[in-house]
Design a binder for this molecule. Sequence first.
Ligand SMILES: [Zn+2]
Length: 212
Amino acid sequence: MSPKLQEFLKLCGGAGLFFTLITAMENTTVGTTDSWPKWTWLIPLALLIVSFALGLAGKLRDMEEKDYIKELGAKMAAQDKLSTSYPFWVVMRDVEHPTSSDYSDGRKRREDSWKLTCDNCRALSIDGAVLPDDCDDCDEDCFYDYRSVGTPDLEHGVFFTQEACAAYIKARSYAMGLNAHPYAFSAYFSVEMKAVMRHLLEQGDTNPDCYR
Ligand SMILES: [Zn+2]
């Protein structure tokens, strides 16, 4: 909960309490019930109760967040750091880069190769069959050679634990493809990341030097 909201709730609670007392006194001791209806004191009381309830809910949320951070720090310290200093994980995927046949580990048919295909492949295509990724009779320009290169997919952000990264990939396996996997990098040269990691480890009651 933001400090500003906390201050606001305190103010609402204080005002509610103050007016509850004032109106209760009006109704009981001073006896000006002619000017104020008897239920007037319920309004500030409601304000008091609502601000108290909101404050309590915010406190509980803050406590939950603190527990989560604590747990995260402990998990970071306990996980296999893969001999990496200040490790963090990203989604790694194999991306096919066009290359020459000397360096390739696969061959594929170009999608716009229709005009250059041989008669057999053309007939297959008309029948709705999947065309082979290589064919001696088709023109050479129908195909391209590629090499699969592991490439970090930073669109998905970074993770402090391998477990969270793997869970993220598993939950989105339908879109990630089979070759997506967690991969560890070192944040050793990032002063900001190192400071955050050390803070998290401390929150988990562990020695931050275990990440050195
Ligand atoms: Zn062909």
